[in-house]
Design a protein around this ligand. Structure first.
Ligand code: HEM
Ligand code: NAG
Ligand code: NAG
Ligand code: NAG
Length: 321
């Protein structure tokens, strides 16, 4: 046994004896502190600049991390471009013409490659950019564990089946998150991400024309920009009151039957999640705290660590050679 593994084993054993439960994360907050001390500040300044140019970009970056992690773990698979001999995840139903922010990730990556080449993974960039985005839009910070590595593969079929659909009912939402190890409570808090960002008419049309658990004036106000048979890609804010501020208004909207997506309103439709929605609506501090914890857990979904995977040079493609 190599001596470093021996010491790791000793440490793990001591940890288990002391705390009595297994170390679940192989990631650590200080992962780049000697290999790339400016990694975090470099990511933050690029996020700051992108989000101050366009606030929605903060939402788009947050969503990229989610769509990465729910598909075979947080391994930057979502960033890989399709080529003639490689099929990535970008054409999957939940991603096509919808996920965005790739140019910002490219800028961050190229800035990092110029200060510490081959060190900072694209998967870690997504995790940190998601956190920095939330903070810049008014949310509360959390510490991001680091040390993820990047995949050499992607899965179109997993992207199609593992990312929850906006047409799911509460049971379906609970089970989509439970399949990834999340409690119902964590599903509700992560859905609070929809306090920022936009959705396309094609996604919420049936809700505003056909559903009954929707505020009438709210539904009417959305129809101009989302006709019954055209305007598929027209955008409306997920949080009708403050779509560029990371606050708890998403939950207040649900209480007022002003959730934009069918799936959003499911969290306040008489089911088991009603009391949690009320609690977050009236206490944003609890929402922020639970959100940060759930984001750390999401960021821990099956990371590649150690010698698994690679550190991509370009986030859009697997390293050649
Ligand atoms: C609970 C199940 C979820 C469903 C069904 C869902 C579905 C959707 C849909 C359909 C959109 C609009 C896409 C479009 O019209 O192009 C959207 C946007 C968004 N989602 Fe979710 N989502 C869920 C959970 C999450 C989670 C867990 C996060 C982050 C941790 C997240 C972050 C976002 C953000 C920030 C946007 C706005 C993106 C932008 O404006 O570019 N969502 N989501
Ligand atoms: C796949 O195509 C790219 C160009 O798009 C090429 O550089 C690469 O060598 C090809 N890989 C394989 C395994 O054929
Ligand atoms: C939720 O959706 C599933 C799948 O579409 C369906 O089988 C189930 O009956 C629905 N549950 C409720 C409570 O509506
Ligand atoms: C509303 O429901 C009716 C009946 O199911 C359907 O024919 C129609 O296409 C739906 N409209 C929208 C906008 O989804």
């Amino acid at each position: 046994m190599a001596s470093s593994s021996f010491f790791k084993l000793c440490f793990m054993t001591m940890f288990l004896i002391q705390y009595g439960h297994p170390v679940t994360s192989q990631l650590s907050a200080n992962f780049y502190s000697s290999s790339c001390p400016k990694a975090l500040s470099t990511i933050k300044s690029a996020v700051t600049s992108a989000v101050s140019k366009e606030k929605r970009m903060g939402a788009s970056l947050l969503r990229l991390h989610f769509h990465d992690c729910f598909v075979n773990g947080c391994d930057a698979s979502v960033l890989l471009d399709d080529t003639s001999n490689f099929t990535g995840e970008k054409t999957a139903g939940p991603n096509a013409n919808s996920i965005r922010g790739f140019d910002v990730v490219d800028t961050i990556k190229s800035n990092l490659e110029s200060i510490c080449p081959g060190v900072v993974s694209c998967a870690d960039i997504l995790a940190v950019a998601a956190r920095d985005s939330v903070v810049q839009l008014g949310g509360k910070t959390w510490t991001v564990p680091l040390g993820r590595r990047d995949s050499t593969t992607a899965s179109l079929s997993a992207a199609n089946s593992n990312i929850p659909s906006p047409f799911l009912n509460l049971t379906g939402l609970i089970s989509a998150f439970s399949n990834k190890g999340f409690t119902t409570k964590e599903m509700v808090v992560l859905s609070g991400s929809h306090t920022i960002g936009m959705a396309k008419c094609s996604i919420f049309r049936s809700r505003i024309y056909n559903e009954t658990n929707i505020n009438t004036a709210f539904a009417t106000s959305l129809k101009n920009n989302c006709p019954s048979a055209s305007g598929d890609s027209n955008l409306s804010p997920l949080d009708t009151t403050s779509s560029t501020v990371f606050d708890s208004a998403y939950y207040t909207n649900l209480i007022n039957n002003k959730g934009l997506l069918h799936s959003d309103q499911q969290l306040f439709s008489g089911g088991s999640t009603v009391s949690q929605v009320k609690a977050y609506s009236s206490n944003s501090a609890t929402f922020f705290k639970d959100f940060g914890n759930a984001m750390v857990k999401m960021g821990n979904l099956s990371p590649l660590t150690g010698t698994s995977g690679q550190i991509r040079t370009n986030c859009r493609s697997v390293n050649s050679g």
